[in-house]
Write a protein that binds this ligand. Sequence first.
Ligand code: NZQ
Ligand code: ZN
Length: 390
Amino acid sequence: MATNFIFQNTTKIYFGDNQLESLPQEVKKHGTNILITYGGGSIKKSGLLDKVKSLLENAGISVFEFGGIEPNPRHTSVNAGAKICKENKIDAVLAIGGGSVIDCTKAIAAATFYEGDAWDLVIHKAQITKALPIFTILTLSATGSEMDCGAVISNLDTNDKLGLVDPHLQPTASFLNPEITYTVSKFQTAAGSADIIAHVLDCYYFSRGHKLEMVDQVMEVVLKTVVKYAPVAIKDPTNYEARANLMWAASWALNDFLTVGIPQAPTCHCIEHELSAYYDITHGLGLAILMPCWLEYVLDDSTAADIKKFGVNVFGVDPKFSDMEGAKEALNRFRNFLYNELGLDSSLTALKIDKTNFEIMAKKACFGEVLHGYRDLTPKDVENIFEMCL
Ligand code: NZQ
Ligand code: ZN
């Protein structure tokens, strides 16, 4: 039986084209001064920024801008964005981008009501007491940040990349137009797809808690959706059906719906955040390299049936295999999907990452002692997994 749980997701989703027309009325419920945030310029190139600005300005909303947010967003950007909000009496924030822009913007929304360094909020030295209303226009299907209350922020001074989860960070409304993702590169489409898979596998599918059968099957449907449509979107970037399926899969892979009392223990995410923190790599790529090695590392008689089930239900592995053979075949198919079909790199060596920092990274991933999860891992285990990824 599943343990007790509370489910509440308050983000209003506008899905599809022509939905942006409703943005001004949503914003005006909260005020008339808005800060638009964005990343390295993809939305300038596509014309989306100008379109959104004129839509808001024509409705009498004053627009302020904060661009240049980095992939793996830095706490220094959070501080800079919060300063603009404080100085201009901003009423709401609008993130236009992928997970990095949305996460940074969520932290900006909270840091606006804090006088110290925003990093204090990330490390829980100070508590979030309030946040500005958060709106998002999603441009990349991956993280689920558009519909969850998490944000992941990096501190380059300390080589830390940490997640911040707080109900105040739940977006008020998010606009999801699959057409906006037509310009996402093949690489980012592949990495984003690996991230969606990781959210389901890493956070819920391989977990120790009891699950509801219905939710277990939804997880497999989300996984199969990505397996089917990611290669289509990579070959044919303007395929609406593929982009729409990836976008909705991303939002539902990590929005609390799959939680249902499962103790969240995202092993690969904790390990990957160390890779991003030390080497500033793309989150989804790090996960794609880690996931098969992690499963291979924990594969034994006690895990074989679960891994085989993933292979049978998601990749069509023959159920007649023994548990161990089926699990091995599942890993072969998973690797083939990630590295051949999605075209992602399969090793850390390909990213020019060597053993140098593995020991310290492994310790940090385990928060010093044990990384609890599907199988508990010690720092030595994590170091071994890193080495398998070379
Ligand atoms: O910065 P711009 O110029 O916009 O370019 C971005 C960036 O270079 C580009 N891009 C985004 N939309 C585009 C586009 N290029 C062309 N056309 C478009 N429509 O893609 C690049 C990567 O963007 P980024 O936002 O970094 O990617 P993603 O959405 O994968 O976000 C990754 C971040 O989210 C965190 C990750 O750790 C990482 O920092 N995560 C957030 C989570 C959450 N809030 O719940 C959970 C995740 O597990 C994850 O940890
Ligand atoms: Zn992720």
